[in-house]
Design a protein around this ligand. Structure first.
Ligand SMILES: [Zn+2]
Length: 410
């Protein structure tokens, strides 16, 4: 067993980083705010606030705005965040496509482009990705004045700390040091992360879970993935793995999964499984508006919303199975909110009713009485998760320190 000193030892640099992070976050979330208010809320000395805000203004991360009317004395000058001076590139690698998006540092998406992914070895995928990013920068050179970070998210086992992809389902990799390669090429801060964990983080910054401390996002697509946020921080472990909820057993008598277990959640709720079940039931003669040619997940949700009985049954069964896994997570983590994402959420009413009924039967009442479950408001195919890693680095101060120490023209 090793003892992790890093969690305990503070030093002057770390304290500086935390103070800058706190002030920047307060300004982003409570603007317009005066220096006096910042000192009151942060408990830092007014002289420290003056120094920190001076540095942040110099780097064009914040700006002074019109004086607030006060009840007496000199009106206090207010401060707000300035988002448009720096740009970042967010990349989402899925099985068949690459999404490249340009964001300012306030999470506003300025450009979104999608390209096919057809290179499935580490070397080819890396060359292709570098070429795409170079082209993207060139194409949008008028808008990209101060590029400060590139962030890439993808499914699999991603070591965010070392910047290495250890496993991803669609590209053959061997300890792929993508962060280092991108850093060499573009000379900006690079972030790398798991797509679902990053989406959970994005939901907590920009989506429906921004007002709670503890939340879980579960996304159903080709597999089932989840990200857990505890005390506003993404839960990570020694292996950098996401919570593999897809391999929770929901039916002991179910069919065998590729993982070796029987009746895994994944085999009951992923889009392909639902579509296959729809086909089998149509062939068995169930009355429905669905036909063998169009029984894809989008139509199944559409017809479920229109009251088609077979479509409702398919979404309801998936929701009940999902609800069993949700109940286990509620019993373990006791979150304040659960967010569901993926195509299945296009039939929100049927889905949420089914999830709730399984949850009510299988979780502790005390743990679920203040719990809300809803569907994600974010587009899970966008690269917003990748931007969330950049937002995290601004909010924890690490990227702020890089900008303050960097001599790039501000
Ligand atoms: Zn399994």
């Amino acid at each position: 067993m090793t003892f992790n000193y890093l969690n305990l030892v503070g030093n002057a640099d770390l304290i500086k980083q935390l103070n800058y992070a706190m002030i920047y976050r307060l300004i982003v979330q409570h603007a317009p705010i005066s220096r006096i208010q910042l000192a009151e809320v942060s408990h830092l000395a007014p002289a420290s606030i003056t120094k920190i805000t001076r540095q942040l203004i110099k780097k064009k991360l914040i700006r002074e705005v019109d004086a607030q009317q006060s009840t007496g004395g000199r009106p206090a000058v207010s401060i707000e965040a300035k988002f448009n001076h720096y740009q970042t590139i967010a990349v989402q690698l899925s099985r068949s496509q690459v999404t490249l998006e340009l964001y300012d540092i306030g999470g506003n998406c300025l450009v979104s482009n999608v390209y096919p992914l057809t290179h499935f070895t580490q070397e080819l995928a890396q060359k292709y990705l570098i070429k795409l990013i170079e082209q993207f920068i060139q194409e949008h050179s008028k808008r990209i004045k101060n590029l400060i970070a590139i962030s890439v998210v993808l499914p699999g086992l991603i070591d965010s700390v070392r910047g290495i992809i250890r496993y991803t389902p669609h590209i053959q990799v061997k300890e792929w040091p993508l962060s280092e390669e991108l850093q060499k090429q573009f000379n900006v801060s690079i972030f790398l992360g798991n797509d679902i964990q990053s989406l959970a983080l994005a939901e907590s910054y920009f989506g429906t879970t921004q007002n709670v401390d503890d939340s879980i996002l579960i996304r159903v697509h080709r597999g089932v993935g989840s990200g857990v946020i505890i005390n506003q921080q993404l839960l990570t472990n020694h292996n950098q793995s996401a919570c593999e909820v897809g391999h929770i057993q929901v039916d002991a008598l179910g069919e065998r999964c590729h993982c070796g277990n029987f009746g895994c959640l994944e085999n009951r709720v992923v889009n392909k499984a639902i579509e296959l079940r729809a086909k089998q039931m149509i062939e068995q003669g169930y009355p429905t508006k669905l036909s063998l040619d169009d029984c894809n997940i989008a139509n199944i949700c559409k017809y479920a919303n229109q009251g088609d009985e077979l479509a409702i049954k398919l979404v309801k069964d998936a929701g009940e199975n999902l609800g069993r896994a949700v109940a286990m997570m509620v019993n373990i983590f006791n979150p304040q909110q659960i967010v569901l994402a993926g195509e299945l959420t296009k039939s929100p009413e049927v889905l949420l009713n089914a999830v709730n009924s399984a949850l009510n039967a299988q979780s502790l009442e005390e743990l679920r009485k203040n719990l809300t479950i809803n569907c994600s408001s974010l587009n899970d195919c966008s690269a917003i998760g990748a931007f969330a890693l950049i937002q995290q680095a601004l909010f924890n101060g690490s990227l702020l320190m890089t900008l303050l120490e960097n001599n790039m023209p501000a």
